[in-house]
Design a protein around this ligand. Structure first.
Ligand code: SAH
Length: 560
């Protein structure tokens, strides 16, 4: 008689979380082989099976014994906690079989029965921390060199995976979890939510919600799984929740996100969503839309997108919520918050800052205000464009922005907009042209254009701030302006703008510039830089484009 080897993942430990197939396979077996504690966990299922109990470290002999018994014609159940294919017995059983030259069609029959792995069981107790791309890392260096584990932690940290740490710590192995925290703190905020679950769905279940900074202050052992959130994981009412997607950035001057909340859940915007399986032509159902309208502050609790006859996952979730809360159709928030208000996601806010058009110095108070605004989790980046770019997360962007403005800081949008880059007018000693710069800033600063457009504005013929090297250059000289158009600011073939006019009367400058820039804003192709646009249209405000000299290029030393 052909023997059978079932490698069974029995899930976290409770009877209810074991699959029907796992239960059957255990009951159908003649022999049950497993680590002592596991045999005790499934004892309620056993009738007269032979039991082979072994200690924790005897995995290889357990696998060999299982194969031996199956070869003798028995039905053998090898039991593993969680899923047998995740740091479990499945691979080991196959290794033993491979060594013996076993073939699928011959020899013992092998059946791997899946179970709920710790990443899933512990996640369910914490809330919904996994949700998005996640990985498991075992901190046990018993069979894996620590250098490899370290690399994986680095990679997972850098790539913003949600991480479930298995085998995080034992009596002897205590350094690994400390090192892991140190590595992850290089990539994640100390405030990153961390869930520590001991003995999920077992008698001594214990759940702790903490942060990356404080995680080591809690009991972590071999029966624990540690779940580390990604950069968008939040804590809500004692639950750890990772949103399905990343929040989009907001910049100044944009009323709404690039994707509006309800669009975030469109199949094309979230290709991994279940809704994608549905027929196209999805529309927000009227009911879901009404719920969103009734809960404007819960900005991210949004309408599902689906065919009216086939609701999508979020629509179903909203429907379930509304039934559970008894708020169906009522003008109440879709999600009640812990503290009486309504839960609000933090927004990622991005903007540029400078002390002024001509002013290049930041005061201590301004720096302090910036540091406070950015906080631990935000960043302040200095750029080649007389601007710092600030990225921060807040649920109250108006307050953040008005505090910075209150410090006299000039805030601007980033991206494909017009930016005026003025010089410092020799510390404002040559300040006659400043009002013209300010007028241009007021009219054009922040205007959306096909591609970022820098206008250099220099207050004397020295042009030491390099106005002629910008997309558009303006130089004040002898009470008039010189104009340069179509600088190519980057690349190997970079060149200055073409001098197209000298002696423009100051009162005409703003009008000319307005017409040029607004025409580019309207006619430029998406992503078309200004110099390319100028070359394409050949003429702007009667200024004719001239081709830049062609480079004589040397043949490369190593041939073409
Ligand atoms: N095959 C198992 C993992 C075995 S490695 C699975 O798929 O879940 C052993 C590690 O799994 C433990 O150190 C712990 O990190 C985790 N683990 C297994 N069962 C658990 C439970 N009930 N609660 C918390 N963690 C558990």
């Amino acid at each position: 008689m052909r023997g059978r080897l079932s490698v069974i993942g029995f899930g976290p430990g409770s009877f209810e979380h074991m699959t029907q197939r796992a239960k059957e396979a255990i009951q159908e077996s003649d022999v049950v082989i497993g680590y002592n504690t596991y045999v005790d966990l499934v004892r309620g299922l056993l009738n007269d099976q032979q039991i082979v109990r072994t200690g924790m470290t005897e995995e290889v002999s357990r696998a060999q014994e299982a194969v031996r018994q199956a070869e003798a014609g028995k039905k053998v159940a090898v039991i593993s906690s969680g899923d047998a294919g995740v740091y479990g017995m499945a691979g080991l059983v196959y290794e033993v079989l491979m060594e013996k030259g076993w073939r699928r069609g011959e020899g013992v029959e092998v059946d791997i029965i899946p179970g709920i792995s710790a990443i899933n069981s512990t996640a369910s107790l914490l809330g919904a921390p996994v949700m998005h791309d996640a990985c498991t890392i075992s901190l046990s260096d018993h069979l894996t060199p620590w250098e490899i584990i370290e690399k994986r932690i680095e990679a997972a940290g850098a790539a913003d995976f949600v991480i479930a740490l298995y085998n995080p710590r034992s009596g002897k192995r205590t350094r690994q979890i400390v090192e892991t925290q140190r590595i992850l703190l290089k990539y994640r905020s100390p405030q990153t939510p961390v869930g520590i679950v001991k003995s999920a769905y077992r008698d001594r279940e214990h759940i702790v919600l903490t942060t990356l900074a404080d995680m080591l202050e809690h009991d972590i052992g071999m029966l624990t799984t540690v779940v580390i959130g990604n950069s968008s994981t939040v804590v809500y009412d004692g639950l750890m929740i990772t949103p399905r997607g990343y929040q989009r950035k907001y910049t100044l001057g944009e009323e709404t996100q690039a994707l509006k909340p309800h669009e975030r859940l469109r199949p094309e915007a979230e290709p991994w969503a279940l809704a994608q399986e549905e027929p196209h032509g999805a529309a927000v159902s009227a009911e879901a839309e009404a719920m969103v309208a009734a809960a404007p502050a819960a900005a991210e609790v949004v309408a599902a997108v689906s065919e009216p006859r086939r609701p999508g996952p979020l629509e179903l979730a909203l429907e379930a919520l509304s039934l559970a809360l008894g708020t169906r159709g009522a003008a109440e928030p879709a999600v009640p918050a812990a503290g009486g208000g309504v839960f609000r996601y933090e927004e990622v806010l991005e903007f540029a800052v400078r002390p002024g058009l001509a002013e290049k110095r930041l005061t201590a108070a301004q720096l302090a205000a910036l540091a406070e605004a950015a906080g631990e989790r935000g960043s302040v980046e200095y750029t080649p464009h007389h601007q710092l770019v600030v990225r921060l997360r807040t649920d109250d962007k108006e307050t953040v922005l008005s505090r910075l403005r209150g410090q006299g800081l000039m805030l601007e949008p980033v991206g494909d907009v017009v930016q005026l880059k003025a010089c410092d007018f020799c510390n404002l000693e040559k300040a006659e042209s400043v009002p013209y710069a300010e007028k241009l800033q007021a009219q054009l600063g922040g205007l959306k254009v096909p591609k970022e457009l820098k206008i250099g504005f220099n207050g004397c013929g020295m042009a030491c701030y390099g106005a002629v090297k910008e997309d558009i250059g303006i130089v004040y000289r002898r009470e008039k302006f010189d104009l340069f158009l179509g600088g190519k600011t980057v690349g190997r073939t970079a060149h200055a703008g073409q001098p197209v006019a000298e002696g423009i009367p100051p009162e005409e400058l703003a009008d000319i510039l307005n017409r040029i820039v607004r025409r580019y804003a309207e006619e430029g192709h998406p992503n078309e830089r200004f110099h390319k646009y100028f070359a394409r249209v050949k003429e702007l405000e009667q200024y004719r484009h001239q081709d830049a000299p062609v480079l004589v290029s040397d043949p490369a030393v190593c041939g073409d």
